[in-house]
Design a protein around this ligand. Structure first.
Ligand SMILES: NC(=O)c1ccc[n+]([C@@H]2O[C@H](COP(=O)([O-])OP(=O)(O)OC[C@H]3O[C@@H](n4cnc5c(N)ncnc54)[C@H](OP(=O)(O)O)[C@@H]3O)[C@@H](O)[C@H]2O)c1
Length: 246
C-alpha cells in the first residue's frame, strides 16, 4: 500500500474501537512509525511493535495539541479518529451532551487540522484522514447533536480539502455506518467489528477514495442518499419512530 509505505502516521483515540483497529491495520501496511495517541495512556493497549510511539492527547485541550505537534514534527498522515456520541434529539436532548459532541468531533478535530497543517505542508506529499460518519449526510434524530457535529466536520473536511488541494496534502473523509464498538454498546444491529472495518478503511484510502464508506450498512445508506437525499432521511425517520427515545 504505497500511500502508507514508510510513512509516519499520527492517530487520535487509538486506545479502543476503530482507532485501535486502525493502528493494528496500519502496522501491516509498511508504515515507518505510528504515533498512537489517547487521553489516558494507562488505557493504551500494547501493540507489541517498536514502530508505535504512544503520546497522551485530549483533542479538546489546545495546550496538549500544541505539545504533541511540537513532538510529532515528522507526521506525514494525520488520522482524526477521536469522537464522542451523546444521545438525545434536537428539541429535548441534553444540550451539554450536544456541546460536548461539538467540542470533540468538530472543534477538537479542527484544532488538530490547524495544528498539523504546517507540519503536513512541510512533509508533503501528506494527508489528513477524518473519520466522520454517515450521519453527516442525514441526521438520525436520536443522536441529533452527534449528527450535527459530524455534518459540521464533513463540511470542514471538504473545506480543508479545497484549501490544501494545491499543496500536495490530500484530505480524506471516511463515513462509516454502524460499527460494533463501545459507541454502539447495547444495540442489537448486525454490525461489522472494528478490526475488519479498519482494514476496509485502509484499503479505501490506499485506492485513493477521498470520500468513502467502509461498511455494507453505511454503503446502502450512502446509495440511498445518492439516489435522493430524502430516501436516507426516510430510513432515519423509520429508525427514529420505531425506537422513540425516552
Ligand atoms: N462506531 C460507529 O458506529 C461509528 C460510526 C461512524 C463514525 N464513527 C466514528 O469513528 C470514530 C471512532 O469511534 P468508535 O466507534 O471507535 O468509538 P469508541 O470505541 O467510543 O472510541 C472513541 C475514541 O475516541 C476517544 N476520545 C473521545 N473523546 C476524546 C478526546 N476529547 N480526546 C481524545 N480522544 C477522545 C476515546 O478515548 P477514551 O477511551 O479516553 O474515551 C476513544 O479512544 C469516532 O469519530 C466516531 O464518531 C463511529
Amino acid at each position: 500500500m504505497q500511500i502508507f509505505k514508510d510513512k509516519v502516521i499520527l492517530i487520535t483515540g487509538a486506545n479502543r474501537g476503530i482507532g485501535r483497529s486502525l493502528v493494528k491495520a496500519l502496522l501491516h501496511t509498511g508504515v515507518r512509525k505510528v504515533y498512537a495517541t489517547c487521553r489516558d495512556l494507562n488505557k493504551m493497549p500494547t501493540f507489541d511493535d517498536d514502530r508505535v510511539v504512544t503520546l497522551s492527547l485530549d483533542i479538546t485541550d489546545d495546550r496538549q495539541i500544541a505539545a504533541v505537534a511540537a513532538v510529532a514534527l515528522d507526521t506525514e498522515i494525520l488520522i482524526n479518529n477521536a469522537g464522542t456520541v451523546n444521545p438525545g434529539n434536537m428539541l429535548e436532548g441534553d444540550l451539554t451532551g450536544m456541546q460536548r459532541d461539538m467540542q470533540v468531533n468538530y472543534f477538537g478535530t479542527i484544532t488538530m487540522m490547524r495544528a498539523f497543517a504546517p507540519i503536513l505542508r512541510k512533509n508533503k506529499p501528506s494527508a489528513i484522514i477524518n473519520i466522520v460518519s454517515i450521519a453527516a449526510y442525514s441526521p438520525l434524530p436520536s443522536i441529533a447533536g452527534y449528527a450535527a457535529s459530524k455534518a459540521a466536520l464533513f463540511s470542514a473536511t471538504q473545506a480543508v480539502r479545497i484549501e490544501l488541494a494545491k499543496e500536495d496534502v490530500a484530505v480524506y473523509a471516511v463515513n462509516p455506518g454502524a460499527i460494533d464498538t463501545d459507541m454502539n454498546r447495547g444495540s442489537d444491529w448486525d454490525m461489522p467489528d472494528s478490526d475488519s472495518t479498519a482494514v476496509r478503511i485502509v484499503e479505501h484510502i490506499a485506492n485513493g477514495e477521498l470520500d468513502s464508506v467502509p461498511d455494507t450498512m453505511g454503503q446502502g445508506m450512502y446509495q440511498a442518499w445518492r439516489e435522493d437525499p430524502s430516501k436516507l432521511s426516510a430510513i432515519f425517520s423509520d429508525l427514529y419512530h420505531a425506537t422513540p427515545i425516552d
